[in-house]
Ligand binder design. Structure first.
Ligand code: ATP
Length: 350
């Protein structure tokens, strides 16, 4: 097991800083997920940990030791790639034991390790098959087994599930959580998919344009987003946010402190909210808006409604399917469900 630290790390590509003076500590033994939109620098961070593409300045430390001058193979890390990177002419067994052979591990120990690891990832019956005869999920398991056999102190995974279909992805997410529990090793996992991040991470590191936006457990990022970016990246669908401006004042969508300081604010509230009702309902909400159901999408146990209110559009997820398209509704939100963001896009504490 090992902790990882970035200390004042900058990475330039063609004089352009894709990582900017980054400070980050990744805890020992935790499942940390780096998440953010395409191009925000996630893979670049992973490659710096692995030593494949070193930082331009600053230090990367593994278990407190600066690894800048340590070769990738000596860092005790193993990387699992999106495309699996298996050797097509080798059997599953040969793929898994390849690294061991290179490290001159004896035949008996190799066989034992391959047997036990292939059992852990459910590949025992496939050891003599070629990768081309396996399903996507099975190939992904071979890639995992090949990384595991090295007994690394850190697993680095770069979008390892993105080539799988939705059902298999969901299954593999559970398997990875279980694998992490079993191994107790530090996992650093890169994805642009916030569902993957939310479901697997002990800690999410949310990035945008080479900068960390928030570093926290999934529920904290969801319930207490640092800023507008975090609020709109996390959650399915993400938080409803509107530049309510003058209308915001009309609806009362403004916290007192912002009104007092005269700051322009944005307000928002989560999409999963039981807050639709008939316009005749007299129940008092702190904030309420009349609107019309524009679209209705059945998701299974929930229904997603798009509600139009003036120039604004809100997404509301309900557990009951009570409304139809063109129906007039009232959208009521109590003050404790509302979020407010300042002109700097940081969340304003209520
Ligand atoms: P994705 O989710 O699309 O894989 P990412 O967050 O992993 O994206 P990176 O691959 O880390 O993003 O890339 C970060 C930025 O650095 C991007 O703007 C990318 O174009 C740039 N970049 C990455 N590698 C190189 C390179 N070898 N040369 C020049 N620019 C690069």
């Amino acid at each position: 097991m090992a902790s990882i630290e970035f200390a004042g790390v900058t990475k330039l590509f063609d004089k352009h800083a894709v990582i900017k003076n980054l400070g980050l500590k990744i805890e020992d033994g935790k499942f940390t997920v780096l998440v953010g939109p395409s191009g925000c620098g996630k893979t670049t961070l992973l490659r710096m940990i692995a030593g494949i593409d070193p930082q331009t300045s600053g230090s990367v430390l593994i278990d407190g030791k600066d690894v800048t001058r340590i070769a990738p193979g000596q860092r005790g890390v193993a990387m699992v790639f999106q495309n699996y990177a298996l050797y097509p002419t080798m059997s599953v067994r040969e793929n898994i034991e390849f690294g061991l052979k290179n490290n001159k591990v004896g035949k008996e120990e190799r066989t034992q390790l391959v047997e036990s690891i292939s059992a852990t990832v459910g590949l025992k019956d496939y050891l003599d098959r070629k990768p081309s005869t396996l399903s996507g999920g099975q190939r992904q398991r071979v890639a995992l087994a090949r990384a595991m056999v090295k007994k690394p102190s850190v697993f680095l995974m770069d979008e390892p599930l993105s080539n799988l279909d939705a059902k298999l992805r969901a299954q593999m997410r559970i398997e990875l959580i279980e694998l992490h529990k079993k191994l107790g090793t530090t996992f650093v996992y890169v994805t642009h998919d916030q569902v993957e991040a939310m479901s697997m991470a002990d800690t999410i590191v949310l990035m945008n344009q080479g900068l960390i936006q928030q570093e926290a457990p999934p529920d904290i990022i969801y319930r207490q987003p640092n800023n507008l970016f975090a609020a709109q990246f996390i959650g399915v669908p993400p938080m409803n946010v509107g530049d309510l401006g003058v209308e915001g004042v009309k609806f009362g969508f403004r916290p007192e402190s912002a009104v007092l300081s005269g700051d322009p604010v944005l307000s928002g509230y989560p999409a999963s909210l039981e807050s639709l009702e008939s316009p005749d309902n007299q129940e008092k909400h702190h904030y309420s808006v009349r609107g019309v159901i524009a679209t209705r999408e059945m998701l299974g146990s929930e229904t997603l409604y798009q509600v139009r209110a003036g120039s604004h559009s809100f997404m509301i997820k309900c557990t009951e399917d009570l409304y139809f398209v063109d129906q007039e509704v009232r959208l009521g939100v109590s003050a404790d469900k509302m979020y407010f963001f300042g002109a700097d896009e940081k969340r304003i504490d209520k």
